[in-house]
Write a protein that binds this ligand. Structure first.
Ligand code: CP
Length: 308
């Protein structure tokens, strides 16, 4: 049984929990029909105060494939938050209907706040620029599908490392596994924040920082591309200047290892040319599918932990 009752941040995930969730996801991938009644009679609430394609629809598909049902909203403007209802009251209300809630919110710490008043488990589906722990589980499952283990990798993270919540969560989790090293590739203005560095690398300084992707391409085993996050910028002129800082194309990949994998949490804008999609190293659309399987496993594990 996993040690957590909610999933609010990646800090809560211990190695044993991660292996347990990933192992169950692998069982589901092998025999999905064996799990198709697992959540019969259970309801997932999806409260999305921010736009989403993958996270919301993968959660909803996950619950439906487990035999459960879904209620919720994908636009806060159709909820009573427009009448001034507090987040805590909204969540407390929905937790009277639902057995488990996945919530995305623009405010950092919103999932934690929700967990204080909810009468059911809360899953953070992204809180502002803070964290996106189910994307991290998706990424970990994806890595485990293409690499022999979760250890001994050089992981290059590219793009918006300042606002990219998927990056903050992934660094924290992949640094739990032995002998991983990180190359942080970003424009100066979008470097990994100091507070994240101090937290993730407090015990070992196993990272380098650079602005130059070409210079490190041949060293990388896992290339994690990210979008420059327009919605988090205060200045549109700065966004316009930085938005095309890194564009991965066939020419750039000539220097990459044969068995490197290219990941991206998606959505992408310009940072990976579509010509790369056919490269066998490009795994980002398979990553999308693994996102559904890992969320199936997470729902099952959290419901189990809360009913123990
Ligand atoms: N990766 C991800 O979080 O995608 P969405 O914003 O579409 O949910």
């Amino acid at each position: 049984m996993i040690s957590i009752k909610n999933l609010l941040t990646s800090e809560e995930l211990f190695k044993d929990d991660i292996y347990e969730i990933v192992d169950l996801a692998n069982e589901i991938i092998k025999s999905p029909l064996d799990f198709s009644h697992m959540c019969e009679g259970k309801i997932l609430g999806t409260l999305f105060f921010e736009p989403s394609t993958r996270t919301r629809l993968s959660f909803e598909s996950a619950m439906i494939r487990l035999g459960g049902s879904v209620v919720g909203f994908s636009d806060a403007n159709v909820s009573s938050s427009t009448k001034g209802e507090s987040l805590q009251d909204t969540v407390r209300t929905v937790s009277q209907y639902a057995d488990i809630i996945a919530m995305r919110h623009p405010q950092e710490g919103a999932a934690y706040l929700a967990s204080l008043t909810a009468d059911c488990p809360i899953i953070n589906a992204g809180d502002g620029g803070h964290q996106h722990p189910t994307q991290t589980l998706t990424d970990v499952l994806t890595i485990s599908q293409y690499k022999d283990s979760l250890e001994n990798h050089t992981i290059g993270l590219v793009g918006d490392l300042k606002y990219g919540r998927t990056v903050h969560s992934l660094l924290k989790v992949m640094n739990l596994f032995d002998n991983n090293n990180f190359i942080l590739i970003s424009p100066e203005e979008l470097k990994l924040p100091q507070y994240v560095k101090e937290d993730v690398f407090k015990d070992k300084q196993n990272y380098i920082e650079t602005t130059n992707l070409d210079e490190v391409m041949d060293k990388v085993d896992i290339l994690y591309m990210t979008r420059i996050q327009k919605e988090r910028f205060f200045s549109m002129s700065q966004y316009t200047r930085l938005k095309d800082s890194y564009i991965l194309d066939k020419a750039k990949l000539k220097r990459a290892k044969e068995y490197m994998i290219i990941m991206h949490p998606l959505p992408r804008v310009n940072e990976i040319a579509t010509e790369v999609d056919k490269d066998p190293r490009a795994v980002y659309f398979n990553q999308v599918k693994y996102g559904m399987y890992i969320r199936m496993a997470l729902i099952v594990k959290l419901l189990e932990a809360n009913n123990a």
